[in-house]
Structure formats: structure tokens, C-alpha cells
Write a new protein. Structure first.
Length: 201
């Protein structure tokens, strides 16, 4: 039986999405699992839950734990980490551009690079100049894709994808959907991939 595709729902402002994005292809490819990248915005999701900010800011002890946990995990996975001087950062432009890119072969590398810029380099990913640099470093001409990200149909697609996340019951990022099963958090990535290849009968 072929593996079930894994939908990877992620947010550019999400610290744990940073970890999952760096790991998912490396683990999914040898398992023969297709990854469907689903950028969305957590802000509207949090508002629907009655939060006007990240829970890591609303609950300071939780936030302190998260940053220490992220530092430990980045060391474990050999990923760069710099405590962001602003959190959460606005990932709207990056999310729109990811949707505009669709199945372009460089799209996953773009996602990983933007997340690394945010959490590994403390760069302001809301700024078009940073996104331009990320694209150029990947050998992608920036201006056509920045223009594509500004199209109304792309803006509408991201809004609908975020609404869909709420409809699916997604409450945080990263979230992995495998068929009808939901797995939340970077630490559930391996479980999601195992379910995709050998779901219990």
C-alpha cells in the first residue's frame, strides 16, 4: 500500500515550525512519503480561541521554557539559533509567496531559509528586502515572485487556507495531517510519518 501524504501546516512565526521544516523532507523522502506544504496564519486561529497574542507571550513561564527548549533542540539538530529580538514576527509576505510558488522545486528550500532567517539569524522576515535576499541566495529572481505574492488571488488563497485550518481544528503549528489523523508539534513528526506508512488497522 502506498504511503499516505502528509500535510505539513506551518507558520513562519512559529518556533517549532522552524525545527519541523528543517527535518521533514530528510525523514519523509526515505520513507516514500509525499509532503504537502500548507502555510497559514496563526493570528486568526489564536483570535478564534480568544487569544490576541502568542500563548508563549501570554504565559511568560511557558515562553521562557519554549526558548530554552528551542535552544536545546537546535543544538541537538545542529541548527543555528538566535533569540529573536521580536516575537512573533509577521510572516504574511513569506506565506503568500510560498503559496504563489506552489510546487516550484525551490519552495521547500525557501520555507526553510526564511525560518532560518527568523530563528537562526534574527532577521526581520516581514521586510521585503530580507525575502529578496533569501530568494536571490537560492538563485531565484526575486521581483517576479514578490509581484506574484501581491496578487489578489494569492491573498484570497492564504485567507481561505487559514480559514480551512480553523475548520480542521488546527490550533497551533506545526501540525501534520495524515488522512483523518492530526499530529501536533515538532516532536510528533516521526509519529505522523509512521502513521503515513503503516497506519493501524
Amino acid at each position: 500500500m502506498p504511503a499516505i501524504p502528509v500535510e505539513f501546516w506551518f507558520e513562519f512565526a512559529s518556533s517549532y515550525s522552524y525545527l519541523a521544516a528543517q527535518r521533514i523532507d530528510r525523514l519523509a523522502r526515505p520513507a516514500g512519503v509525499e509532503v504537502i506544504w500548507r502555510p497559514f496564519l496563526l493570528g486568526p486561529v489564536f483570535l478564534s480561541l480568544g487569544w490576541n497574542d502568542s500563548p508563549f507571550n501570554i504565559y511568560p513561564p511557558k515562553g521562557r521554557y519554549m526558548w530554552r527548549d528551542l535552544a536545546r533542540l537546535c543544538a541537538k539538530y545542529e541548527l543555528p539559533f538566535r533569540l529573536p529580538s521580536q516575537f512573533p514576527r509577521n510572516g504574511l509576505l513569506a506565506a503568500r509567496l510560498t503559496l504563489a510558488a506552489g510546487r516550484e522545486p525551490w519552495m521547500p528550500d525557501f520555507v526553510r531559509a526564511v525560518l532560518r532567517a527568523n530563528f537562526g539569524e534574527d532577521r526581520d522576515i516581514s521586510q521585503p528586502a530580507v525575502i529578496r535576499e533569501v530568494l536571490a541566495d537560492l538563485g531565484v529572481a526575486p521581483e517576479p515572485w514578490l509581484e506574484a505574492a501581491a496578487h489578489d488571488e494569492v491573498k484570497t488563497a492564504l485567507r481561505r487556507q487559514t480559514e480551512r485550518a480553523t475548520e480542521l481544528g488546527i490550533f497551533g503549528a506545526p501540525t501534520f495531517l495524515v488522512g483523518g489523523e492530526m499530529f501536533w508539534g515538532n516532536d510528533r513528526l516521526e509519529d505522523a510519518l509512521a502513521w503515513a506508512t503503516q497506519p493501524p488497522g
